[in-house]
Design a protein around this ligand. Structure first.
Ligand code: ADP
Length: 284
């Protein structure tokens, strides 16, 4: 039987909200708000992917007609949390020309010369686009904090700076969908082991990822600070359990659908006389 949208017992926008979440207590194998199993989830993902695709096309069409609004999906998570999978399976269901994708790794020497938001601002989605950040400005209060890449006085000020900047973004018409992705330490080990077992996954393996596991508690603390200090009304965080990939794909699809529906997008009206053009075409 086809899974229905009713497989959700509660809206994902409510169950995943970060309000009051303690990072150390997240059940990373849970499927909050979803009643079905993996098969139901995968079936539903297809249906909802089509809905997302339709909404994205509307956003794009409006963008072509001068609408400057956009949606920005921010994906933050530990290695192996599945950021790439979200990009492939969720964003992959929409027209690539409507997607502005950016990944943020270790800053280049040029990027290092600038304020931490400099490289981020250059990659913001244009009007009518869905932007996707695979890692983001939050690295500057996560890896940077954990490894003390700058002094605490420097990273300490960044939370307020981020809030202020995100406020401006939202005021300028970008809907932010911030997703913090969590896997368990065990699940991460399994995923890293898989990368080492499969030649088709070697390219994803980074020997440094093993060393980072020793910093798990520090990362948890840093993620907690992010959730405590940057979970605003205008740019809330969603906490996504990621041990089950099918759930994380489905949940992010729903978050994006919700964000796009919030824009109340109609198809832009024709800027030409439709009947006149029909007549012309008939004679052409
Ligand atoms: P991924 O691991 O997501 O496949 P990359 O290998 O390109 O991507 O690089 C990601 C690495 O870059 C991560 O270890 C991340 O912590 C690091 N990184 C991202 N932003 C920063 C930053 N601002 N400062 C230092 N390191 C950063």
């Amino acid at each position: 039987m086809a899974a229905k949208a009713t497989s959700w017992s509660k809206p994902v926008t409510k169950v995943l909200r970060a309000d009051g979440v303690r990072v150390g207590e997240i059940d990373t194998a849970a499927t909050p708000g979803f009643k079905g199993n993996k098969q139901d989830g995968e079936k539903l993902l297809q249906e909802r992917g089509a809905v997302l695709s339709d909404l994205q096309e509307r956003l794009y069409a409006n963008g072509r007609s001068g609408d400057t609004r956009s949606v920005l999906l921010v994906l933050q998570g530990m290695d192996t949390a599945g950021k790439g999978g979200i990009v492939r399976h969720v964003i992959g269901s929409v027209d690539p020309q409507g997607v502005d994708h950016a990944a943020f790794g270790v800053p280049t020497p040029e990027e290092k010369k600038h304020h931490f938001l400099w490289r981020i601002k250059r990659k913001l989605p244009r009007g009518g686009q869905i932007g996707v950040f695979d890692r983001s400005h939050y690295e500057d209060v996560l890896v940077v904090r954990v490894h003390e890449l700058v002094a605490p006085e420097v990273w300490g000020k960044r939370y307020d700076e981020i809030n202020k900047w995100e406020r401006q973004l939202v005021d300028n018409g970008t809907t932010l969908v911030k997703v913090a992705m969590f896997v368990s330490l065990d699940e991460q080990k399994k995923r890293l082991a898989q990368r080492l077992d499969r030649p088709d996954k070697f390219w994803k393996f980074n020997p440094d990822d093993i060393g980072e596991r020793a910093y798990w508690p520090q990362y948890q603390e840093a993620y907690q600070a992010v959730l405590d200090r940057t979970n605003t009304e205008y740019a809330p965080w969603y906490v996504l359990p990621c041990d089950r990939k099918w759930y994380s794909h489905l949940a992010v699809t729903e978050l994006l659908i919700d964000a796009l529906q919030g824009l109340k997008l109609d198809w832009p009206p024709a800027d030409f006389d439709v009947n006149e053009q029909k007549k012309r075409l008939a004679q052409a």
